[in-house]
Design a protein around this ligand. Structure first.
Ligand code: HEM
Length: 516
């Protein structure tokens, strides 16, 4: 209770200071001839955010719309000037790809050793990010993905068997399901297998503790927002005050599960495991052969996969992966339920590829599921679960064809959601239309306007894994079931403002009918 009161007082101070400062600083963007938000608008947004009445991605979507007619617009992230980038061609590609060396970090906050869960690729900065990215990327290569394919298929078959059992239990040819629950359990199984190489049994046993911890670790709370606010005003202060984003119980849980799984793996004689933890362990073993055993040794020998980095990498794979995959699967099935003609087209494609393969669909054959890929791309257009991209300016950058210089430490934000719903880039954006991504239409997509996985060297490391997870699920379920909205399925999707990522607000009920 006391900590909440202290945080509340700190916040009141911050709001007052922020409004005074932003007002005074308002001239910052005006002086540079950049259109910007008013002090009042920024204050209203901050208060709504603190009260949990809006979400960061909603705010950025509103800002994107407010700067209509401009290529970029100025705002403030607390007391720091920030830019909202709207123009895909000129600016967005420059920042994410062409001038990456001026924008290689996502923020300029200090990472506290107290909170190793934060030492992940999303938050690491500078050369350390680069080194860890090179190592982690090895786990997402085609070769590794190919080795994981059978595991993903096994998970999908288990889901299929589970649904079949539930249908039979209900004594019908079909049944109504809470699709959020079903997909969260499935995502837990798939992510547990890909990250740790373990079987969570989450499809049958939803009360899995790991899942509960992952949900907690991705929740947007007043406490977390307060710490983030403090950190963005005064980098390093929250760590010095002993505050951390992740509660110690969460950190402890991740620490012990990784330790237990590592110990289990050390006894395991199966050499060909290709889960993320196993790959990192192998890489770390080769580093340790060169002498580093602890974090201190690692610092001395320049080793990269320190205990802290390993903990950050694994815990973020679990939490980011679990949440992002679960929501994407729900959004995909939700849209298919309203489009029986797309389900029919998918069925024909799966049957064709199956017949051509002369049996089961292999990893290589999945590339032939072109229409399925279009459905997945369109799902990620309408529902880009990671809806905002941020980059921190690490070296001053002059916006091309202007005199405006983006100064060091200015944050640049891109609203993926706003770009994906901009009728200029995607006509009739509310309509779910996979043909936007048909081969003959691809050249109509403006580079930089479609960014479900971001772009450039810091784009999502797991994009191909994600597509493979969705594909293995669809190619297993589509031949056996049709999906339908039930009387309780909302016709309009609403999003949950308490989650970090885009997630459905309501529990969505869908009816699944077994195919004859
Ligand atoms: C539907 C699922 C997912 C979507 C839509 C998604 C989207 C994104 C986006 C937009 C970014 C930021 C890219 C940028 O700043 O340019 C990102 C970064 C990242 N994602 Fe994903 N992601 C998904 C699933 C996953 C999964 C399953 C993992 C598990 C490993 C993952 C790991 C990461 C990491 C580590 C980064 C940071 C990369 C870096 O900075 O080097 N994502 N993701």
């Amino acid at each position: 209770m006391e900590i909440v009161s202290v945080l509340f007082l700190v916040l009141v101070g911050i709001v007052s200071y922020n409004s005074y400062y932003v007002h005074k600083k308002h001239q910052y963007w005006k002086r540079r001839g950049v259109p910007s938000m008013s002090t009042w608008e920024i204050l209203v947004q901050s208060v709504k955010l603190w009260l949990g009445r809006t979400h960061v991605w909603m705010i950025f979507m509103e800002m994107h719309d407010a700067f209509r007619g401009h290529k970029y617009g100025g705002s403030f992230q607390m007391v720091r000037p920030s830019l909202v980038l709207r123009d895909p061609g000129l600016l967005i590609r420059s920042v994410l790809v062409n001038n990456f060396s001026n924008f290689h970090d996502r923020h300029n906050m200090e990472l506290s050793e107290n909170d190793p869960v934060h030492w992940d690729l999303v938050h690491l900065r500078g050369p350390r990010w680069n080194q860890v990215r090179q190592k982690a990327a090895q786990a997402f290569s085609s070769v590794k993905l190919r080795l994981l394919y059978q595991t993903l298929l096994d998970c999908a078959r288990e889901l299929d068997a589970h649904i079949m059992r539930l249908c039979l239990e209900q004594g019908q040819e079909g049944a109504e399901f809470c699709v959020n629950e079903l997909m969260s359990n499935y995502s837990m199984e798939v992510i547990g297998a890909s990250a740790l190489g373990i079987k969570c049994n989450a499809i049958q046993n939803p009360e899995c503790q790991l899942r509960r911890v992952l949900e907690l670790s991705m929740k947007f709370s007043f406490r977390r927002f307060s710490i983030w606010t403090l950190e963005s005003i005064c980098p390093g202060l929250s760590g010095k005050l002993g505050f951390r984003m992740h509660e110690s119980a969460i950190i402890q849980f991740f620490r012990s599960i990784i330790k237990d799984v590592e110990a289990m793996k050390r006894k395991d004689t199966e050499p060909n495991r290709k889960d993320f933890l196993q790959i990192l362990m192998n890489l770390r073993d080769s580093e340790q052969q060169s002498g580093a055993k602890t974090d201190e040794d690692s610092a001395a020998t320049g080793s990269i996969l320190t205990e802290t980095v390993m903990l950050g990498a694994i815990s973020s794979f679990l939490s980011v992966g679990y949440e992002a995959v679960a929501s994407t699967l729900v959004f995909c099935l939700y849209e298919l339920a309203f489009h029986p003609e797309l389900q029919h087209k998918l069925l024909q494609e799966v049957r064709r590829v199956h017949a051509e393969a002369g049996g089961g669909i292999s990893f290589e054959d999945t590339r032939k599921l072109q229409f399925m890929e279009q459905v997945i791309s369109e799902t990620l257009r309408k529902y880009p679960v990671s809806a905002i991209i941020g980059r921190c300016c690490t070296e001053p950058f002059q916006i091309p064809d202007t005199t405006v210089v983006v100064e060091k430490d200015v944050m640049c934000f891109i609203s993926i959601l706003a770009l994906h719903y901009d009728p200029k880039h995607f006509p009739d954006p509310e309509t779910f239309d996979p043909d936007r991504f048909a081969q003959e239409n691809l050249d109509k997509i403006v580079p930089g306007s479609y960014l479900p996985f971001g772009d450039g060297p810091r784009s999502c490391i797991a994009n191909r894994l994600v597509v493979m997870i969705v594909k293995t699920m669809l190619m297993t379920l589509i031949p056996n079931y049709t999906f339908h909205p039930s009387a309780r399925t909302p016709r309009r999707m609403e999003f949950d403002v308490t989650r970090f990522m885009l997630a459905p607000k309501a529990n969505l009920q869908l009816r699944l009918q077994r195919r004859k």
